[in-house]
Design a protein around this ligand. Structure first.
Ligand SMILES: C[S@@+](CC[C@H](N)C(=O)[O-])C[C@H]1O[C@@H](n2cnc3c(N)ncnc32)[C@H](O)[C@@H]1O
Length: 251
């Protein structure tokens, strides 16, 4: 009898889950975002079925992917040294590495900003920040501050950051407009944002489609008037990615 009760409960739960799931997939505009986002039933399996300005948002890379982020061939494949040089960092600056992962880029930038500068390493996965803390300890690095963010805010103080960088991250934000609003607020006037994304324009870049972004799409999403950002330049010399720079108005 108890078993039957449990299986009936199971059937009920499955039906409820299916209904909720169906509801989520069928929903057109997202009612909680003023229609900014939409959900589509027909979508890339590597995406979450949620779209922003025509682009499907990708699944977040789990902390189980740390080995891939730290692979030895990454320098050659992505030109990390060239990337960090292109940021034109100065000693004493405050840089926010949003979606820092296990901190490969944070560690490189920490050297550039020096002991008087700070790297704010933000991630939504505590496991990533824990891996970063191990690297900092091993390398005696004391100018990286780990920050646990949320999907709507990197939890940074307003008007305090010289440069925000997102390396292979922005396309994973499930609330991109909210994140960009909060990021823009964290910048000093004249502060910069660097979007580093795999080039969608280039079919030879061996990355899943929803994990790539075209320069045109990045510029479309950052152009929203209320963000107060202006496009500065695009660095196109990396092997697989482009770096699209914006400046906060008022500098
Ligand atoms: C592909 S990894 C890139 C890690 C690092 N930037 C690198 O290149 O080594 C993407 C990271 O972005 C993080 N992420 C996704 N959404 C985020 C959000 N809303 N705020 C902060 N981090 C986020 C994920 O947890 C993950 O660690």
């Amino acid at each position: 009898m108890r078993c039957r009760y449990l299986s009936l409960m199971g059937l009920f739960a499955a039906a409820l889950f299916a209904t909720l799931n169906l509801h989520a997939e069928d929903a057109q505009p997202d009612p909680t975002s003023g229609g900014r986002y939409e959900f589509r039933e027909d979508h890339d399996p590597n995406g979450i079925g949620k779209f922003y300005l025509g682009r499907e948002i990708a699944h977040v890379m789990g902390h189980q992917g740390i080995q891939w982020l730290e692979r030895a061939e990454r320098e050659e494949e992505e030109g990390l040294t060239q990337l960090v040089d292109a940021l034109d960092l100065k000693p004493g600056q405050v840089v926010a590495d949003i979606g820092a992962g296990s901190g490969i880029i944070s560690l490189m930038m920490a050297k550039k900003v020096g002991p008087k500068g700070t790297v704010l390493a933000v991630d939504i996965q505590q496991e990533m920040l824990d891996a970063l803390a191990v690297h900092c300890k091993q390398n005696n690095v004391t100018n990286i501050e780990p920050i646990l963010g949320t999907t709507t805010s990197p939890n940074l103080k307003p008007g305090t950051v010289d440069l925000v960088i997102m390396v292979d991250v922005y396309h994973e934000f499930d609330m991109p407009f909210e994140m960009l609003s909060a990021i823009s607020k964290s910048l000093k006037p004249g502060g910069r944002i660097a979007f580093v994304e795999y080039r969608k324009e280039d079919p030879a870049v061996p990355i899943k489609e929803v994990h790539k972004m075209s320069e045109k799409q990045v510029r479309k999403e950052a152009a929203e008037e209320s963000l107060g950002l202006v496009w500065l330049k695009t660095f196109r010399k990396l092997p697989r990615q482009h770096v699209v720079f914006f400046e906060k108005k008022g500098g």
